[in-house]
Write a protein that binds this ligand. Structure first.
Ligand code: ADP
Ligand code: MG
Length: 250
């Protein structure tokens, strides 16, 4: 066995699979560029590191539970005038995550609330952050079954460790007092630690109603709004406007 094959196998045994794959090329490069042995080693480790970062990104993407993968580039800002491309691109730089700021997208169905949340979630994952997406109904279900379902427990663990939690469809349906208390528990736990993106079809005045308890509703809003960027989205439903038909129009 020649030395190259031997070192390749050693790297593979040590789980440095990308370094093993790139060893020959890197050694050729080292000769051409007249690198010192240490420079060649650094290059090889960098290759391993970069490839692992990608594996990490893939892992974070899977763990994020996003309903679909649409980016800001897929968003037609001409159709939705309540938010601007510039604003969203600024948010996609993610500095607000460090300050645990929140974002709220409020508005009727189909205006792009979930799409923009997902796009910011993807940008966060790309920047190295851990993200978890959940519809409010899902989250409440996880909380109620935490002790009896290992899947719920796992999702909540992801949630507690996330840098960004996307809570979608808040208030889509009425919740009980007990459920409101569970939801408040989460908001309180994340408060000032973890950024939350909320999407809701309700204005603040309606929160008391769907939460079923005005005191819990205002305590929750208080925490969410303390450091928050709010987008009140209006306009037509993109879904209805771009509805796909079965029959051709006559
Ligand atoms: P909601 O506000 O109800 O959460 P969504 O964000 O889910 O709406 O949007 C509904 C569908 O329409 C999605 O497939 C989304 O990608 C698409 N959509 C909504 N607004 C736009 C837009 N301005 N440009 C491109 N696609 C859009
Ligand atoms: Mg939605």
């Amino acid at each position: 066995m020649n030395l190259l094959t031997k070192v390749q196998e050693q790297l593979a045994t040590l789980s440095l699979k990308h370094a093993a794959q790139e060893l020959e090329k890197t050694m050729d490069m080292a000769r051409q560029q007249e690198w010192t042995p240490l420079q060649a080693l650094e290059e090889l480790l960098k290759i391993e590191e970069l490839n692992r970062l990608d594996a990490g990104k893939l892992r974070r993407l899977k763990a994020a539970n996003l309903p679909y993968h649409k980016s800001l580039d897929d968003f037609d800002f001409g159709f939705q005038a309540s938010v601007s491309r510039r604003q969203m691109q600024q948010l996609a730089e993610m500095s607000w995550l460090e300050g645990a700021y929140n974002i709220m997208f409020l508005g009727p169905p189909g205006v792009g609330k979930t799409h923009l949340s997902v796009a910011l979630g993807l940008a966060a994952i790309g920047a190295g952050y851990r993200v978890l997406f959940a519809r409010m109904e899902q989250l409440i279900n996880w909380l109620k079954t935490e002790t009896i379902s290992s899947r719920s427990k796992k999702q909540l663990l992801h949630l507690y460790r996330a840098n960004l939690v996307i809570l979608d469809e808040v208030g889509f349906q009425q919740i009980s007092r007990q459920e409101a208390t569970l939801l408040f528990g989460i908001v309180n736990r994340l408060y000032q630690q973890t950024s939350i993106i909320i999407t809701s079809n309700h204005n603040f005045e309606d929160w008391g109603e769907f939460v079923g308890d005005p005191v819990i509703a205002s305590a929750m809003l208080d925490r969410l709004m303390h450091k928050c960027e709010l987008f009140s989205m209006t306009g037509e439903s993109y879904r209805l406007k771009h509805r796909e038909r079965i029959l051709p129009t006559e």
